[in-house]
Design a protein around this ligand. Sequence first.
Ligand code: UT7
Length: 321
Amino acid sequence: MSELRSIVRGVGGYLPERVMTNDEMSKLVDTSDEWIQQRTGIKQRHIAAEGELTSDLAVAAAKRALEAAELTIDGIDLVIVATTTPDMTFPATAAVVQQKLGMHHGAAFDLQAVCSGFVYAVATADSQLKNGLGKRALVIGAETSSRILDWTDRTTCVLFGDGAGAMVLELGEDGDRGVLASSLRSDGHHWSKLYTDGGPSSTMSIGHIRMEGKEVFKHAVGNITDVVRDVFDKTGTTVDDLDWFIPHQANKRIIDGAGVKLGIPPEKVVLTVDHHANTSAASVPLALSVAAEDGRIKKGDLVMLEAMGGGFTWGASLIRW
Ligand code: UT7
């Protein structure tokens, strides 16, 4: 049955040129390629060049998504940038992206839900389009997390990387294509397990990432599986209907754990954590862009996105591609 939905017109990703391997990391802190790969699945990460800002990464990914959608910026009504590493405290990085893309019309704002930011942004864009705010949204996840890492803390600095991913959503009717349902959750009681020890209002500085990794890990698999099941329930679909699982790429062990608990076969899971590390809000759209560009995700496929991060925030979104 046809219904007005937010349909994916195109996706695109961008990774900074510089690749940093685990061996390089082991020259900075007391770690090893073996430890990082065994505990996380990460082999390398990309690091933004000096002067290369979150907005630059976002714009590069946005241009690729627009190209895939065969659209120009003139066709976009709404820009949402999910990021924890904005260019400035204000204005929103989305406004800078708007300027860099030459867009004078429409609306643009940032969304802050840390690693869940892109899933939150997809759900937000979907509801805004359905509420008549416009016809097309450019949804971006972009991060320069390298700028808020404590490069002397081996428990965090080995985990993150920089990058951006973008998606063009267009309101339309095409069978059951589009965003079918989303589920968003948060529980702020857990904020102190993953946070920055600074901010404009508290320290007048940006702070660095602090994390109780084991605590985050403990909550991750359960939270992820809860929202994924919620979205299956809302749509009357099951794991057997799923073509692709696009998890947040924080740790291969979390992804494997969620996959086992949900009964998703490994060949349906898109993995990029090995090459990208944890790119926070950029991780899901980057994984999507990789799998769309290499031809794995095809029109008509059923695709589940999920993420979990600081706050805690977590969420999932089911899309008929
Ligand atoms: O995107 C937001 C969500 N974030 C996440 O999902 C991250 C969730 N957490 C994790 O992925 C894992 O907890 C980590 C990868 C952060 C850590 O893995 P773990 O298996 O939980 O290790 P651990 O924290 O229990 O540490 C085990 C040992 C400790 O040494 P001792 O106390 O056993 O002697 C750590 O000090 O490993 C040590 N360690 C390291 N050793 C080498 C911690 N970091 C490192 C390191 N290199 N980089």
